[in-house]
Each structure stands twice: as C-alpha cells, then as structure tokens.
Write a protein that binds this ligand. Structure first.
Ligand SMILES: *[C@@H]1O[C@H](CO)[C@@H](O)[C@H](O)[C@H]1NC(C)=O
Length: 437
C-alpha cells in the first residue's frame, strides 16, 4: 500500500499558472481517493537561486484549506539541485518510517529520477512510477501502470548525477559533533597509521545509524553514497586515501584474504605488506581486531564476533602474516577495539559452553539459561596459546584509563553502535590500519 506520494515538478518552472492547476487536480484526486488515511504527499520543485523558499512554496501551492484530508500531510520541498530536494524528502520519509512510495512525474524524467533513487535509497524502499497527468477520477490514481523499461540513460548523464549527489552530500554538516578516532599506544605511529572509529562526525541522520555509519546494507536506510561520504570524512581526518581502502566482508567465519592474491568470496580477516593501502574490519559489538608487525612491516585486520572468535579468526590472521610474509609471531602486536563487554553480552547456554571449553574464565553464570560471555578474553587466550606475547595484546586489561580504548559498545550509546542494543537497524564502526610510505 502506498504510504507516500512524491510529485516531481523539479523540471517545471514553479510559477506557471498551469502547474498550479495541474497540482490542484492531482491533490484533489489524492485527497478524495486514497483508500488509506491520506498518504503523505511531497512536492519536489526547483528553487531559483536567490529566491527564498517560502515564497516559492506559496506561489506553487493552491490554498491548503481546500484539501480536508491532506492539510497536514502535504509538503513542498524546493532545492537548488534535484539531489538536495530528493535527499530532504528522504529525510521526511525516514522520520515517519515510510517505505512504499509512488512517484508521479513527467514521463521524460523517469529514467533520470530512477538514477537518483537508485543512489539515494536502498532495497528497504519500494517505488512505483506514474506519469504526471491530470487525474480525472479515482481509478486513475489507484491503478499503477506496469513499469515499461524505458531507454537507459547515457553514461555521462549518470556520472553527472552521481557527481551532483556526491557534492551535495559533501556540503552537509557533520552530525553529533566531531569525528573522533581512538588510537592504541601499542602500534608505533612512525610505521603504521591506524585507529578505531566512533559514531560521531558523519552525515547519517537515522537515529540508530547516526552519524558515522561505515557499513551499508540493503536491509537498512543508509545508502552506499552516504557510507562513502562518511568514509571520505574519516579518511580526511585520519589521513588515508579512501580510494586505496579495503574492508573485510562479514561472514562470521575465519577465512583470510591475503591482499594481492585471489580474493575469497567472503572473509573476516585481511593482511597486507603493501604500503599506503588501508585495510579495515567493521564491528558493532563484534571486535574489530588490528594486527601490526613493525619488524617485517606487515599489518592485518579481523572482524571477530562470537562465531568468528570460536572459529579462531584472530589466529587465522596471525598465521597468514607468518606464512605469507615471514613474520615472527613474537613481533606481532594485536589490538582489540571497542566491542561488547563481558558486562553486557549474553549467549544461549549451548554456545556459552563452547566458550567455557576455551576457558571457564570466559563465561559468567554458566548455569543460567543465558550466561555472560567474554569474547575479548577468549580472543586473548587463543592468541596467547598461538604464541602471541601477552604484553603484545591490548584489550580491556589496560589499567591507565586514558590509554584504555577497549570500551563496551553496548554501554556507550553516545560513542558506539551496538547490534545487541539497537536491534536490526544498527550502524557500524570499524578499526583500520595501513603501513606508512
Ligand atoms: C577498560 O575500559 C573498559 C571499558 O570501559 C572497562 O570495562 C575495563 O574495566 C577497563 N579496564 C581496566 C583495567 O580498568
């Protein structure tokens, strides 16, 4: 069922008398015919440079008192660019959690608009398209026409739209304060550039994703372009090249990608000796783990949730550094980033038993239905038994609180994303590392 109607008048001059008539007819139809309590209606229009928005809206809209049902649900959104106007409408849709949208637009704009929508929205949303015409009866609005596949837009037009979207996103203010990066004292700054991100300083505005979300999923409302813009901001603060950036996939297993070799379909660990390439592992409770060998100048990153921890993804990453680049296990430094702590994290008894088998110290209240689990301790124990020196592992045992960066993601909603805390619509932070030139 259509939850919102978007009327695209962006290509039409706003002050034309006939547009007003057209709009009036359309609104009357929507006002009268909607089977659901009138859906939200957004009118997207072009804002002349220099003109102020309010007068633009007034000149376009017929008096609202004429529309009983729509009054409070109609908004005219003008923008200097279509990207800006559409992104503002997206914000309105997201505020109200709407996802089924009917777009009414001039037939010639359909291909263009599809490109904007493809980039600014995700698979969470459903769009249907209808030609802009004066609807004379109710039937007209309810039958949605089958989508004919029009001609594809020329590549250079698509590139222009992408550029317009990118420039618009770059112009947006950062949300929730400055972009902040946590750094470990263990990893030498002369050789490596590294850090763990927090959730501030990006442009993601949806509450659970706000604001520096660094992972885009088809199941959530942050499109890839927004995540890319957050990454660009991170890269410019951290000082790395976002074009030479590679993050692990998320498979909750223990495969490791050795950069330069064949890339596995999925992997939670990555290692490299290439200078200037930033590698990264996400986490939103799962541990982003960073690895650095200052002697051989090799680095690695791994994503270690409870499954990956049990499957030994951290030691798999260490082993790849040793076998591929001849690292000595005693030289490898390992840092566990912000992740869900033993204070908060629980697993069903069956899975808890597997952690108990690694070491009883990894589990609290083993006899309960959902014991508390310490995935960090399990990671340390597995690394130490693989030959990593205890003093070369940084985790939440750091006593100096100014140096202690292994925060609990679930306990600090202002600083970190947490899947456990926020449910399915969670955002993602990450750990990143590269070898300096
Ligand atoms: C380090 O910080 C974490 C998260 O705030 C905390 O749980 C842990 O107790 C701290 N470590 C020490 C040794 O104080």
């Amino acid at each position: 069922m259509v939850e919102a109607v978007l009327i695209d008048l962006f290509s039409l001059p706003a002050n034309l008398q006939n547009i007003q008539g057209l709009l009036r007819n359309m609104l009357e139809t929507i006002d009268k015919c909607s089977s659901i309590p009138a859906p939200f209606v957004y009118v997207m229009c072009y804002q002349n440079q220099g003109s102020d928005k309010d007068s633009e809206q007034e000149s376009l809209l017929p008096p609202l008192r004429d529309f009983q049902n729509l009054k409070k649900k109609l908004e005219v959104v003008c923008g200097l660019t279509a990207a800006g106007a559409l992104y503002t409408i997206k914000q309105r849709l997201d505020e109200k959690d709407l996802s089924v949208i009917k777009v009414i637009l001039p037939p010639l704009r359909k291909d263009l608009m599809k490109v904007y929508i493809y980039h600014l929205f995700t698979a969470v949303y459903q769009f249907e398209f209808e030609d802009l015409q004066v609807a004379s009866d109710c039937e007209n609005l309810q039958i949605s026409e089958p989508q004919s596949e029009g001609q594809r837009l020329p590549t250079q037009d698509v590139a222009l739209i992408q550029r317009e979207i990118q420039m618009y996103l770059e112009s947006l203010p950062s949300l929730k304060g400055e972009l902040t990066i946590l750094r470990s004292f263990l990893i030498p700054g002369e050789i490596f550039l590294h850090g763990f991100t927090t959730r501030t300083g990006g442009i993601s505005y949806i509450p659970t994703l706000s604001s520096c979300n660094l992972f885009s999923s088809s199941k959530r409302r942050d499109p890839q372009v927004v995540v890319k813009e957050n990454l660009r901001r991170l890269a410019s603060v951290a000082g790395f090249n976002p074009e030479a950036f590679h993050r692990v996939k998320i498979d909750h297993a223990n495969a490791v990608f050795i950069m330069g070799k064949t890339e596995p379909d999925s992997y939670d660990g990555i290692v490299t000796d290439q200078k200037g390439v930033t590698i990264a592992a996400p986490g939103a409770d799962c541990i982003p783990v960073l690895f650095a060998d200052p002697v051989r100048k090799v680095c690695g990153a791994a994503h270690s949730g409870w499954k990956g921890t049990l499957l030994g993804v951290s030691m798999a990453t260490v082993n790849a550094m040793v076998s591929e680049y001849g690292c000595n296990v005693k030289d490898i430094l390992v840092v566990l980033g912000p992740s869900v702590g033993p204070c908060c994290y629980k697993l069903p008894h069956e899975s808890a038993k597997e952690f108990y088998r690694i070491d009883p110290k990894c589990v609290r209240l083993i006899d309960s239905a959902c014991p508390y689990i310490d995935i960090r301790k399990a990671t340390r124990i597995l690394l130490e038994s693989g030959g990593i020196l205890p003093e070369n592992i940084q985790d939440d045992s750091v006593i100096d609180q100014s140096q202690n960066i292994t925060f609990c993601t679930a306990c600090h909603p202002d600083k970190f994303y947490s899947h456990f805390r926020d449910g399915t619509n969670f955002g993602t932070q990450m750990g990143f590392i590269s070898i300096k030139d």
